[in-house]
Design a binder for this molecule. Structure first.
Ligand SMILES: C[S@@+](CC[C@H](N)C(=O)[O-])C[C@H]1O[C@@H](n2cnc3c(N)ncnc32)[C@H](O)[C@@H]1O
Length: 328
């Protein structure tokens, strides 16, 4: 069998964009409510019927939606996944954070030419400033971090799963607290502190409440480049370090090292790959923020700059690769 790839199919942008447009216009939800005729769909979605029909027919050809009669559309099994808001939808909605992560690809060439993130060139402001400036976008981003992608969050993982001596966990850049909530639920003897930006920790109350851990959870709405709550046993950095170029990543690790000293651990989950082979992935953060994935050798060098020594690494039961460090 030939391993030659069809370059036309590989380079097609029509399907990814049609899918995003259908999701943004809520087509699956309208269909689920029984609105099936193209004129009615277009009225509900406040758009042009002819153009919408052309988009939907493209998707029907790709196996998303059906057109059982001319001008009348229906959900099929794949399209039904677009009805409930959730991981896929949040990533595809062009009116929210999904629009930023879709649009930033238009800056890939610029990033490759310059070695710098292209987000500002495409959207007019650096990534984090853009989230600061647009509350709706920040809310959509926080929701996506909580619900999106791989995230019905597993509890935090430690190498060797040795929680017996852990009393206090600080989840650094822990978003709205979903991972910390699961972690506290899994370990009833542990209390936790969520560190993230004020607008983000403000969303954690309901999440802690729903998990039944409010009495053991506290928050610190702050920048993680400022001094962190001191003296905890574990400082978690989950899917975080890869957001940042080396200088900022080293500064963040330094704050963790200072706060963890002398006995705490800094646990990095996400963005580090084992060994010394070139790390994969991280194209999106390359364009958004100039962040990067790192292999263990690169991470170890960064940790050393921050006054940390790698003391353990390995795969959690979930398969996630975890690296632990301690103040050197
Ligand atoms: C990729 S998300 C990871 C969230 C969480 N750890 C997870 O795995 O779902 C990065 C987080 O860093 C937070 N963040 C970004 N800049 C920050 C800063 N300067 N200080 C504190 N938090 C920050 C964001 O608000 C966001 O919640």
């Amino acid at each position: 069998m030939s391993d030659k790839v069809d370059l036309w199919a590989l380079s097609d942008l029509a399907t990814p964009w049609c899918l995003r447009v259908a999701v943004t216009l809520g087509v699956a939800e309208h269909l689920a409510r029984g609105i099936t005729k193209i004129d009615d769909l277009a009225r509900e979605a406040d758009c042009d019927a002819e153009s919408l029909a052309r988009v939907l027919r493209h998707l029907v050809g790709k196996g998303v939606f059906e057109e059982p009669a001319e001008g009348e559309f229906a959900l099929n099994e794949t399209a039904r996944d677009l009805v409930d808001p959730g991981p896929v939808r949040g990533n595809l909605d062009l009116d929210g954070w999904g629009g930023r992560v879709a649009g930033v690809w238009s800056g890939l060439l610029s990033t490759v030419r310059t070695g710098r993130p292209s987000y500002q060139e495409v959207f007019g402001r650096p990534y984090w400033e853009d989230l600061d400036a647009e509350p709706g976008l920040a809310a959509s981003y926080d929701a996506q971090m909580t619900n999106g992608g791989r995230n019905v969050p597993d509890p935090a993982a430690l190498v060797g799963d040795d929680w017996a001596d852990v009393r206090h966990v600080v989840d650094v850049g822990g978003g709205a607290g979903a991972l910390l909530a699961e972690t506290l639920r899994a370990h009833p003897h542990v209390r936790g502190t969520l560190v993230d930006l004020p607008r983000t920790v403000a969303r954690s109350g309901e999440i802690f409440e729903a998990a039944g851990v409010s009495d053991r959870a506290s928050v610190s709405g702050q920048s993680f480049f400022d001094p962190l709550p001191r003296g905890a046993d574990v400082y978690l950095l989950t899917r975080l370090l890869l957001d940042w170029p080396d200088e900022e990543a080293a500064a963040l690790l330094t704050r963790c090292a200072e706060a963890a000293a002398p006995h705490g651990r800094v646990v990095v989950d996400g963005g580090v790959s084992p060994g010394g082979a070139p790390p994969k992935g991280g194209l999106m953060v390359m364009m958004l923020t100039g962040g990067r994935t790192r292999n263990l050798d690169q991470f170890g060098a960064l940790a050393a700059m921050a006054g940390l020594a790698v003391t353990a690494s390995g795969n959690a039961p979930s398969g996630r690769y975890i690296v632990e460090c301690r103040p050197a």
